[in-house]
Structures are given as structure tokens and as C-alpha cells.
Ligand binder design. Structure first.
Ligand SMILES: [Zn+2]
Length: 219
């Protein structure tokens, strides 16, 4: 099986890690969390000769989902392009996806758009890029409908704003739930194994093992 190729593009003034996950052989690519800067994401796809086939969303915050509608529209206008669908997150983040323009106003960010996914995701479903299958886990707490994408075979995950290197997602929103977040991490992510490496929504990569050993929020 061809390797899984990972490219991170930092998007929006909030420096969110938009992640391109590709099959190295066919170049088929899923774009995880295009929060904005659609033209820069397209430039990264073109520079690496990647063929976008889907947009996957971890949750409904503006810096993760605010560029999805524009990106899908631009990609789908290209000639000979396979239609790109917007997939995820869990339906419980619908109230955020419908509120992205207003979220942007609070941060002084214009040009973002509300999103209606082509398909919501649920715990236990899978999504795939070519032969690379990702398990979908529902990890609420940062937002009610947050999902993460786990490729067990490649020992790789994209965890959005659930778990960071040395930190966890903020929960000081009216809909935030710190206890649920920690429970999601301890019951769903830590059991995946210490060698699982992950990209998160902000900041550097890490592994489950490093966070199990030293993340102060998991003591
Ligand atoms: Zn977030």
C-alpha cells in the first residue's frame, strides 16, 4: 500500500493547522479543517500535485470550518475535477457551522462563510482516501459535535482542538464541557497507543505517548 503523505498549511490569523492527507500513489487528498485562506490551500495542493477529493471537518469553529464553503466552490469549478464534498463534523456542531460569519465578526475576520456539510459524521463511521481508512471518533467537550480522524494502520491522527502538545482544547464557551473533554481523551484517545502520532489544530505535533507521560491536564 502506498504511503500516507501529510502536509500542514497554517491558515487564518489564528494559525490553524489545515492538514492535507494524501495517498502518495494516486495523489487523492482529503483537506482537514480549511479554516480560511482557500487560495493558499489550493496553491499547496498544486505545488505538490495533489488531487483534492474531500473536505473533512473536525468541528464548527471558524478557524477550522470558515474556508470550507469557498474552497469547495473553487475546487468544484475546476475542469475535470471530481466533486469535492464537505464531510463532518457530528451534527451537534450544526449551531456553530451556521454561525461562522458571526464568529468571524467577533475576531474581526471577514470573508469566512457559514457551512452546510454534504454529510455529517457519527462515532464509529469511517472515511477514506484511496486505501487509507480513518476511523471517526466523537470527542465532545471543546464543542458538542467535535470528531477526530484516526488512521490506525498508519499510526496517524488529526485531533483538531481536543488534545494539543502539553495542553487540551479550551472549554470556556457556553457549550464547553471540560469533564467531557478529559473523558473523551482518556477513554477514546489514550487507548489508541503511545506510538500514535498526531497533528492538532494549533501548534506542534505530538504523540499519544508523549501526552500520556507529560500533559499536565491528563494527570
Ligand atoms: Zn476550536
Amino acid at each position: 500500500m502506498a504511503a500516507l503523505k501529510i502536509i500542514v498549511v497554517s491558515v487564518t490569523p489564528l494559525q490553524q493547522n489545515c492538514t492535507l492527507v494524501s495517498d502518495a500513489e494516486t495523489r487523492q487528498t482529503a483537506i482537514i479543517d480549511p479554516g480560511g485562506d482557500a487560495d493558499r490551500i489550493i496553491a499547496a495542493l498544486d505545488a505538490n500535485a495533489l488531487d483534492a477529493t474531500a473536505i473533512w471537518l473536525t468541528h464548527g469553529h471558524l478557524d477550522h470550518a470558515g474556508g470550507a464553503a469557498e474552497l469547495a466552490e473553487k475546487l468544484n469549478k475546476r475542469p475535470d475535477h471530481v466533486p469535492v464534498q464537505i464531510i463532518g463534523p457530528d451534527r451537534r456542531d450544526d449551531m456553530l457551522l451556521k454561525n461562522i460569519v458571526k464568529q468571524g465578526e467577533l475576531f474581526g475576520l471577514a470573508g469566512l462563510r457559514d457551512v452546510t456539510p454534504d454529510r455529517y459524521l457519527e462515532e464509529g463511521e469511517t472515511v477514506a482516501i484511496g486505501p487509507h481508512v480513518f476511523d471517526v471518533l466523537h470527542c465532545p467537550g471543546h464543542t458538542p459535535g467535535h470528531v477526530v480522524f484516526i488512521n490506525k494502520a498508519a499510526r496517524f491522527a488529526q485531533l483538531g482542538d481536543v488534545l494539543f502538545r502539553g495542553s487540551v482544547g479550551r472549554t470556556d464557551f457556553p457549550y464547553g464541557d471540560h469533564a467531557a473533554l478529559i473523558d473523551s481523551i482518556k477513554t477514546k484517545l489514550l487507548p489508541l497507543g503511545d506510538d500514535l502520532r498526531f497533528v492538532c489544530g494549533h501548534g506542534p505535533n505530538s504523540t499519544i505517548g508523549a501526552e500520556r507521560a507529560s500533559n499536565p491536564f491528563l494527570k
